[in-house]
Design a protein around this ligand. Structure first.
Ligand code: AHG
Ligand code: MN
Ligand code: MN
Ligand code: MN
Length: 282
């Protein structure tokens, strides 16, 4: 409900989480709610660092690399540290797995959840102010399970929650705890994520395809034929438009809102595809 351009019925992410908990799990102890709030706080800190990066000497390389053989940017490291500290302090996690850390982090006496995350996705876009994001997934371990990396080496459908935060022209948080994802937008004047859409659903028809076409000479035939079909549909329809940000979070967010297709297929250079199942794809 809007009055003079002002929402008179706002629902913040924190409230939404508490309401969901009461509705779906009235007898739960609220540990997942504490964890989701921690993730929300970490994303707000990363958003603030991203917005200030050019002013606070936070652009450029950190001078270190990660286990996937990538050079780390300063913001990759800042986002990673913020996530680890906030998650550790939440008291709800016993295993943390980050794109920027070689090994899993085990927290003795931590909680029943494990979080896998890509603290800053799309790092090639940091220095030119193009959208970047954070991706996270939450697994729960059995009480009897010892905290170990096997707590997260599970099928994606075993996630108890997952989402991403997009640091774009506005800051968007998208979160699913098993049902349709909900979309929140950060209101910078409140410092709160406010509910924008309770049920995000990808439109059935979309006119956009999204792929790094610079790799086309490395693609398998089927991919080349499919992309050709996007450009000149054999059924006489109009061509689709190409949009490719090169930050998965941004490309996926646009696809969820506008429809179409986003792809990073295996090719002769990236024989398994480039996106990482653990902290990006699942
Ligand atoms: P990251 O910055 O976390 O290492 O991941 C970047 C990923 C993903 O965001 C994006 O879809 C893809 O790499 C882009 O790769 P290309 O530059 O090869 O297109
Ligand atoms: Mn990376
Ligand atoms: Mn990534
Ligand atoms: Mn990353």
């Amino acid at each position: 409900e809007m009055l003079n351009g002002f929402s008179t019925d706002p629902l913040t992410l924190t409230q939404w989480v508490l309401v969901q908990q009461q509705k779906e799990a009235p007898h739960a102890r609220g540990n997942l709610s504490i964890l989701l709030n921690a993730i929300c706080v970490a994303c707000k800190f990363v958003d603030s660092a991203v917005r200030r990066a050019g002013l606070s000497d936070l652009l450029g390389l950190a001078g270190t690399g990660n286990i996937q053989g990538e050079d780390q940017k300063k913001l990759d490291i800042v986002a990673n540290e913020v996530f680890i500290n906030v998650l550790r302090r939440s008291g709800q996690c016993s295993v943390l797995v980050s794109e920027e850390i070689d090994d899993e982090i085990i927290i003795e006496g931590g909680g029943e959840y494990s979080v896998v995350f890509d603290p800053l996705d799309g790092s090639s876009n940091i220095d030119c102010g193009v959208s970047i994001g954070t991706i996270y997934g939450i697994y729960k371990k059995e009480k009897t399970e010892a905290p170990s990396v096997s707590n997260v080496l599970k099928r994606g459908r075993e996630l108890v929650g997952a989402g991403y935060c997009l640091y774009g022209s506005s800051c968007s948080m998208v979160l699913s705890v098993g049902k349709q994802p909900a979309h929140f937008t950060l209101d910078p004047s409140l410092g709160e994520f406010v509910l924008t859409s309770a049920h995000m659903r990808v439109p059935e028809a979309g006119r956009i395809y999204s792929i790094n076409e610079g790799n086309s000479s490395l693609w398998a035939d089927a991919i080349s034929r499919y992309v050709q079909e996007c450009k000149s549909p054999s059924n006489g329809k109009l061509p689709m438009s190409l949009r490719y940000v090169g930050s998965m979070v941004a490309d996926v967010h646009r696809t969820l809102l506008y429809g179409g297709i986003f792809m990073y297929p295996a090719d002769r250079k990236a024989t398994q595809g480039k996106l990482r199942l653990l902290y990006e794809a699942c």
